[in-house]
Design a protein around this ligand. Structure first.
Ligand SMILES: [Ca+2]
Ligand SMILES: [Ca+2]
Ligand SMILES: [Ca+2]
Length: 209
């Protein structure tokens, strides 16, 4: 059994001849008759022709691989072809390639969804997602959307949300304590100070005597 396809794979031809003499690969010598007998590689090699069909032949064997698979003559099995690597532009117009066993498929890129005709079209996030851009207006863009925020709110870096501005960080109250609120802020004036229409605290004017 040693002088079979296994040893052919792992030995140089000189090493093979040294170990196996002129015995033909793919045959085993019958100890009773002394004659070479075909080895059934399909039966004797574990996992041979995996994903495909093994066909024994006199002195050898072959693997028949299904569509989308190719024969790996080192591993003796049928390997999935990664169509996404081998062929550019299998998927186009806002889609990308996903390799699957025996085939591939095209998936829409982020921000796009499959239309009834099968093409990838822009999603209108503004109408599809409830409460998107709360505290602002949603504007649809190709592949995405942006939020235009109401006063007192600022847009996140990805322009996907409006978040409250903490106006107190700017210390707007002067002689008072600032309290941030959602969309605005309040000033609580220190004793002796009063709130102006500019929402800050100034000293109370002394009444004339
Ligand atoms: Ca054979
Ligand atoms: Ca969009
Ligand atoms: Ca605020």
């Amino acid at each position: 059994m040693f002088c079979t396809i296994f040893s052919q794979l792992f030995l140089s031809s000189a090493q093979y001849t040294q170990l196996c003499g002129n015995q033909l690969p793919g045959f085993i010598i019958d100890i009773h008759t002394g004659k070479p007998v075909d080895i059934d590689e399909c039966r004797d090699i574990p996992g041979v022709c995996y994903n495909g069909v093994c066909i024994n032949q006199v002195g050898s064997f072959r693997c028949e691989c299904p569509l989308g698979f190719s024969y790996n003559d080192q591993l003796l099995l049928c390997e999935d072809i990664d169509e996404c690597v081998n062929s550019d532009h299998l998927c186009f117009n806002n889609a990308f390639c996903v390799n699957i066993p025996g085939s591939y498929r095209c998936e829409c890129t982020k921000g796009y969804s499959r239309s009834p005709s099968g093409t990838c079209v822009d999603r209108n996030e503004c109408s599809e997602i409830p409460n998107i851009c709360s505290h602002g207006e949603c504007v649809d863009t190709p592949g995405s959307y942006v939020c235009i925020c109401h006063a007192g709110f600022t847009v996140t870096e990805d322009k996907a949300m409006c978040i409250d501005v903490d106006e107190c960080e700017q210390k707007p109250c002067g002689n008072g304590t600032c309290r941030n609120t959602v969309g605005s802020y309040n000033c609580l004036c220190f004793p002796g100070f009063e709130l102006t229409h500019n929402n800050d605290c100034i000293g109370k004017t002394q009444p004339f005597r």
